[in-house]
Each structure stands twice: as C-alpha cells, then as structure tokens.
Write a protein that binds this ligand. Structure first.
Ligand SMILES: [Zn+2]
Length: 445
C-alpha cells in the first residue's frame, strides 16, 4: 500500500492529546473545577429533581445545560432515532423497532422540557409521540461535546520484567467458584495486565479445559479445539518442536487472531529448559512511541502479510491479503488496540512503498530490540499446576529451547467471547451498573 507523505500527518490523534482536550473541557466547568486535577474527564454532577438541567430547542438541535458553563447539544434527528419507548425499541431483545428512514430529516420537536426522570420530548406525528431520555444516559452519550471518556486503555496497566515480583494471579478455586466473583477478578486482571496466572490447577487436560470454558466456548482452529500436544511435529508449526520461540502473537495469519490463549504445562520429563517468555506489547509500543515516534508511525501504517502453510491441506492468510500493521489503533480515539507480531509467519513484503523499505526494516529492528530487552522480557518457569492466560492482542509470548519431553495443553478463546463475559460480569458486580436486569438505557447499548 502506497501513501503520500501528506497522509502520514493524518495519523490518528494520540490518547495523550485526547485526554488533554478532556482536561481543558473540565476546567471550563464550574462544578467540575474542583476535580479538574484528575486526569479523567469530569462529567457534570448527577442531576437532582430540585436542580434540573436547562433545556432549549434551538433549530435542528436541543441544548441541555448541565450547569452554567457545561452544555450538550443533541440533533433532533439523533434524539428521535434514539427513542427507546416500547414502540421504538424492543425492551427484551434490545433491538431497534423504529424505522429510522421514516423520520423526516428536518424533524423538530413540538415541545421539550426537563423532568426529574429525564429530558421529555414531544414529536409531531399523526399520533402523539413522546420520548423520555434519562439524564445519565444523555451525559454518557453526549457527543457535542463528549463529556465521558470513551472505553479506553487508561485502565490498562503496562508492565516490564519487574512484574515478576507481583504477577497477577488467581487460584483455580476462585476461577471455578459458582458465584463468578473469582471469574470477574480473573478477567479484570486480564483486562488490566493482559496476563493472569491460575495456581492450583489439577494437572490434567480435563480440568484445564473446564477452566478455559469458564470464559466462553473454545475457539476451534486448524490446531483443533482443546489442544493437548507434545514436541512431535504433529502439526507443521514450530510450536510442535523443541526449538526456542521468539516473543510473538499468535494467528497473525488470521483476519481476526484469537483473543485469549490459555496454556498449562502438564509434564516435563527427562530434560530441562522451556521457560515461558511474556512481553507486554503495549508497554514496548509506549516506549517506541516515546523514543522513536517515526518508527512507531511506520509500524502503525505498514500492513504486514502473513501465512500459516506448514500443512499441505491449509493455506491461512489474513483478509485483505496485504495484511495488517504491527500496531493497530482505534480510529476514533487513536488508542493502540492490537499488536500483531510474528516475524516467523511474515509473508513476502511485496506491497511496500519502495521509498519506505529501509525505513520499515529500521523500525522493526528497533521494535525487536525493545521487545528483546531485559527490561521488557518476563521469563517464568511454569510447571504442572500453574496455567497462564495471555491476551493475544496485547501480550507476546515465547519460550526457550528445551530437551526431554513436554506435554502442553491449552485453548484459544475468541476476543468477543471474552469481552462479552467481562461486560456481563461488570454489569453484575460493578457498583455503577448493578441494577435489576439490563435496562434499555444500559450504557453499553
Ligand atoms: Zn418512541
């Protein structure tokens, strides 16, 4: 893929500049002034019935004044489209029933007023239609300006080799406990750190499979569903050898690489070696961005093709075939969302801008140097009883060479299954959203 030098400047805004913008906003809010030192954006305080926001219909928008200086503007069309009355929105399935395309593009409310329960808007139609939008929902979803931080990586905790003194760990008992609190703790660790160890796991494939299924169903791939393997080259991949493996993410040859992978060393006999290597790709990327912004930028925009073709019956390649960059970002927030890196599985780099070939090789050389620095590498000798789960979109894994015979088992879990489970547990256990049942106004809908 060729890009002009002009498009280089169109690189998405960084999380830093976005949070700075939020801080600037917060300092303009009278109510928020006291909290302006916080790095998180400061939304207006909760609406109380004796202090309702000011509502004003102005042309194609309704303005809501949260306090003397903080206003949100919502387009009439947007508000009508987001009506969640029982006629417009199915309260059980949480699906839109309203026909968006029947809304006149220039729709204007006949009336709008603040009520203790929210913004009440009456719409012109053959039958009277009234919408009620809860204040907290309007604050959560305010887009002009955004008042709440989008789901963000600010709660991610990046780490280097020093994590070994306090690596995130839960017990097998916690993970399996029926009340799901331990499961929530487990997935919260994965969300924050990208890894979590599970201690006290019975050293059997059955127990490890049950553990994996606590999160979601196992994602079947060309390697099978739940894997239980030794170094016998049963599959045409170096994972099935005794060779050392450099830090990499799995499935760079998939359009959607697996989200989590869990592994458990069941036995290692008649030999030594085989330490597990873990590297936080987000940590290394943050250093790269700080010290070598040009290298970061080229890794963020150069797609890398990849393949898995060690079996005669398979040729896996991502789609589109030009592949994906090493560093992938949220197009809205500019945040790093996914690291894809496996230098062994990289295909022929045939789509390169001829003027950027050397620059790209320089960039991966620096990236590799940072990935393999003592400050980044977390080496751990795993044994039977301790499983580890790795977020494959963030944390790279590898191992040292070994002798003897190792029996390893594990599973992949799709990133969407993991994120769904985490969201449900958050809904159940987090104090802000703990309510009876999922409302049509749930912030995640
Ligand atoms: Zn409605």
């Amino acid at each position: 893929m060729r890009r002009s030098s002009a498009s280089l400047r169109a690189f998405p805004i960084s999380p830093v500049s976005r949070s700075t913008a939020y801080r600037g906003l917060a300092t303009h809010s009278a109510r928020a002034a006291a909290a302006a030192v916080q790095t998180k954006p400061t939304p207006p305080t909760e609406v109380t019935s004796d202090d309702l926001p000011v509502v004003s219909v102005a042309g194609r928008k309704i303005a809501v004044g949260w306090d003397s200086r903080t206003w949100s503007r919502f387009h009439n069309l947007w508000l009508r489209d987001h009506c969640r009355c029982s006629a417009c929105y199915h309260s059980i399935t949480k699906q839109r029933l309203l026909n968006t395309f029947e809304i006149p593009p220039d729709i204007t409310p006949t009336h709008a007023e603040p009520t203790p329960d929210g913004l009440k808007v009456s719409w012109p139609s053959s039958e009277p239609h009234v919408s009620l939008y809860p204040w907290s929902w309007l604050q959560q979803h305010s887009y002009d300006p955004p008042l709440h931080q989008r789901e963000s990586q600010l709660d991610k905790i990046t780490w280097g080799s020093k994590i070994q003194s306090s690596s995130p760990t839960i017990t097998y008992e916690e993970a399996m406990a029926a009340d799901d609190r331990g499961l929530y703790k487990w997935l919260s660790h994965v969300d924050h750190f990208g890894i979590c160890f599970i201690s006290g796991v019975p050293p059997t494939p059955e127990a490890t499979e049950e553990l994996s299924k606590r999160i979601g169903f196992i994602r079947e791939t060309q390697y099978g569903k739940f894997w239980d393997f030794t170094s016998d080259l049963a599959k045409g991949d170096t994972a099935y050898t005794t060779l050392a493996l450099d830090a990499h993410t799995d499935n760079t040859y998939f359009t959607d690489p697996c989200g989590l992978q869990l592994f458990h060393l069941l036995s290692h006999t008649e030999g030594t070696g085989g330490s597990t290597l873990l590297v936080d790709g987000f940590y290394v990327a943050s250093i790269l961005k700080e010290l070598h912004p040009d290298a970061y930028s080229i890794l963020a925009r150069t797609p890398v093709p990849a393949h898995a073709a060690g079996e005669e019956s398979e040729i896996y390649k991502p789609y589109p075939p030009s592949g994906y960059p090493v560093l992938n970002h949220d197009p809205v927030t500019g945040e790093l969302t996914q690291v894809r890196w496996n230098n062994s599985d990289r295909s022929t780099m045939k789509n390169m801008d001829p003027y950027q070939v050397e620059e790209w090789y320089d960039a991966i050389r620096i990236w590799n140097k940072l990935l393999t620095s003592a400050d980044s590498e977390y080496w751990v000798q795993l044994g039977p009883g301790t499983a580890v789960i790795v977020h494959n979109h963030r944390v790279l894994h590898g191992r040292s060479a070994f002798t003897g015979k190792r029996r390893m088992c594990g599973a992949y879990i799709g990133v969407d299954e993991y994120r769904s489970k985490l969201a449900v547990l958050r809904e159940r256990f987090s104090s802000d959203t703990a309510e009876a049942g999922r409302s049509v106004w749930s912030p995640s809908l």
